[in-house]
Ligand binder design. Sequence first.
Ligand SMILES: Cc1ncc(COP(=O)(O)O)c(C=O)c1O
Length: 395
Amino acid sequence: MTTHTSSGGPLGRLSLSSLISQRARSIDASGIRKVFDLAAKMKDPINLSIGQPDFLVPAVMKEAAKAAIDADRNGYTVTQGIPELIDATWNHLRTNVGWDGPGEHRSLVITSGTSGGIVLAAMALLDAGDEMIIPDPYFVMYAQLGKMTGGTMVCCDTYPDFRMTAERIERCMTPRTKAVLICSPSNPCGTVLSGSELRDIVDLCRRRGVLLISDEIYDEFCFSDMREDGHCPSPARFSDECLLIRGFGKTYGCTGWRLGYVAGPKEIVQEIAKFQQYTYVCAPSMAQWGVIPSFGVDLAPIVADYEMRRQMVVDAFAGVTNVPRPGGAFYAFVEVPKRLGITGHEFVEQAIANRVLVIPGNVFSRRDTHFRISFATKPDKLAEGLAILRGLMTA
Ligand SMILES: Cc1ncc(COP(=O)(O)O)c(C=O)c1O
């Protein structure tokens, strides 16, 4: 460690931009910022851009979080997470994916959001030049993981049906591939991979000695036509070698609580916990207590409501443009009809001019041909927005 004495002038004379790392400079936030700048000027918008559920946090969870604060459980927790939550999560995984708890080879760490789990997994796995395959379209954070870790993100093009199949993944593999990151149900497309598609991906990764990472933040939002044995299909049912990343925020409407978990091979989870120790330290304490009762909450009525809204979206664009039918989450990725001769972001500018806020596809993709619609919005507003979008496509 070097000690510097202050020899510079006042802060105002520092050339701050020259202090910014290349890593930070290489990250461009302008796409999404442009949308939010436009949105800020909108009067009475119909907001179909929201990436979080529109229901309230279940009362039992609020009570548990408040009780933890009142009981003075406000300090650091152990890095791995409180044992009570770890036990409850293993109980859930036992019935949900058939993993029978920790053991010699398996472990679990509670993280600061699903994002925390994803970043720390990438840090634990990737050295400079190592490759991780991600879907395109992708959740916005995936594309930035390379810049944060020194690794390289390799986009697996999934257009036009948005299915990240073993065949498409294999075409992206090289000797430098270390991991494949899948997201089902997906943001931004709502795609749910079937059990048989996932089994093929598990087999491919095993054959090629590559780690499969499964971001299942939307696992509870899986619609009835895609459920298998009552559950959202997961590669964890066929393999205990994959890294399972899940969250509580989207599932229970508590995105601000910043809570998720990573479960899987002990050797890797231990490394993730090590990075957590030196970064986030632990996940928020009152939130850890707050989510313990979450596993007993019945989400069936909410999921049925979202399934009904999914149908509204599919019906609205039928015969007008292509929208692969979402199997879960609360998003659809809609193609801008080619006959309009405009890009995704040009269409979004028109939509915003007509009071409807959606996100251009190039925020989630190297292509600029689609837009993302979120149906986590009350049905009357959703219907109004859909009618306007359809009108723009048929005018
Ligand atoms: C696919 C996906 N993964 C991870 C996250 C991050 O979730 P969290 O709020 O739990 O960090 C999101 C949030 O939008 C997401 O859509």
